[in-house]
Design a binder for this molecule. Sequence first.
Ligand code: HEM
Ligand SMILES: *[C@@H]1O[C@H](CO)[C@@H](O)[C@H](O)[C@H]1NC(C)=O
Ligand SMILES: *[C@@H]1O[C@H](CO)[C@@H](O)[C@H](O)[C@H]1NC(C)=O
Ligand SMILES: *[C@@H]1O[C@H](CO)[C@@H](O)[C@H](O)[C@H]1NC(C)=O
Ligand SMILES: *[C@@H]1O[C@H](CO)[C@@H](O)[C@H](O)[C@H]1NC(C)=O
Length: 333
Amino acid sequence: MKSISAICLLCCMLLSSCNLIHGCNKLKHNFYEETCPNAESIVLAGVKKAQHQEARLPASLLRLHFHDCFVQGCDASILLDDTTNFKGEKTSVPNNGSVRGFEVIDQIKSELEKTCSGVVSCADILAIIARDAVVLSGGKAWKVLLGRRDSLTANRTASNQFIPPPTSNVTTLIAKFKAVGLSAKDMVTLSGAHTIGQARCTSFSQRLYNQSGTAKPDPTINKGFLQSLQQLCPQAASAGSSNFLAPLDLRTPTHFDNRYYLNLQAGKGLLNSDEVLYTTPGFTRKYVTKYGCDQEEFLDSFRKSMIKMGNIKPLTGKKGEIRHNCRFTNSGL
Ligand code: HEM
Ligand SMILES: *[C@@H]1O[C@H](CO)[C@@H](O)[C@H](O)[C@H]1NC(C)=O
Ligand SMILES: *[C@@H]1O[C@H](CO)[C@@H](O)[C@H](O)[C@H]1NC(C)=O
Ligand SMILES: *[C@@H]1O[C@H](CO)[C@@H](O)[C@H](O)[C@H]1NC(C)=O
Ligand SMILES: *[C@@H]1O[C@H](CO)[C@@H](O)[C@H](O)[C@H]1NC(C)=O
């Protein structure tokens, strides 16, 4: 008797406590197989259309998944619009005037609502889009784990706190990734997303004129590269020029390859947080060198780290909701 009840107790514990780490409702590949079998093809069509409209959009869309997952988990909190009595993440320091691509999400979501209303979460849309953005830019495919649900809230303070600033050194970068359960290797690998997309002068101009308050440029920048960036971003930044754009990968800005890591080795990383991965001796430099000479290794590691990032604290089961419009909670927040 005693052993039977002990076994029962153990069973109950296994059944109910499997959510201590990942939740009983773990993400899975075929989550929409029954409820919305065309979900992934609808998303892919939307991303293709966006890429055709503007070559930069895949990059902008990939970044949204990162900025979503680092703030209270991958729950589409970043997509909630500010309203008169609600201030969300879109206007946080890392996001304001910089995150983009929301119209693409709206378009894809409305297609999905037509086919299978109230089924596919905005958080999952972001995860699928991120994969498609990489693949359509030349990266390697992976199966996206699905079943995330959408948050009922957003958190601007957390957005400011958890997303690393572009002035970060290696210590800060590692710490910010560790805070969400990602390793230093994941950090170097995921930084390779900067093989596509653009950054505004305001994100790197301290390096051009006044690195760490020295009133001098960052000495690690390649001289010719420095001059061209100084031309693009004058020191007396008018309101306009601080928004001028430079490619994060100056050689192949719309192609998902390992050039980013080669740029770093040539002193041609755009952000401080990029270049320090190479100029700081140690672990991160080792990976920059490795990825620079082995594109396959980079692309394989990248998809592994993306799956890890996509697993950050998803809402599953009955938590959260499936939004009908990604910009607002269903109760209208
Ligand atoms: C390692 C720490 C990171 C820092 C400090 C950082 C910072 C930045 C900054 C400052 C920009 C330019 C924003 C602007 O000026 O408007 C940017 C752009 C971008 N970031 Fe990151 N980022 C990091 C990691 C990541 C990760 C993990 C991903 C995705 C997996 C990512 C994807 C992108 C993409 C694709 C762009 C270009 C977006 C566009 O063209 O619209 N970044 N990042
Ligand atoms: C966001 O940027 C806009 C335009 O650049 C600015 O007017 C606004 O004050 C910023 N919002 C916050 C919360 O910083
Ligand atoms: C928002 O994030 C901050 C910083 O991480 C945290 O202290 C605070 O509790 C969060 N607010 C809510 C309502 O979750
Ligand atoms: C890295 O940056 C942080 C925050 O700005 C600073 O406190 C720390 O001293 C820096 N660490 C190194 C090794 O430069
Ligand atoms: C350079 O930056 C430091 C703070 O980092 C600031 O005190 C100083 O005024 C700046 N100098 C110039 C020339 O902008």
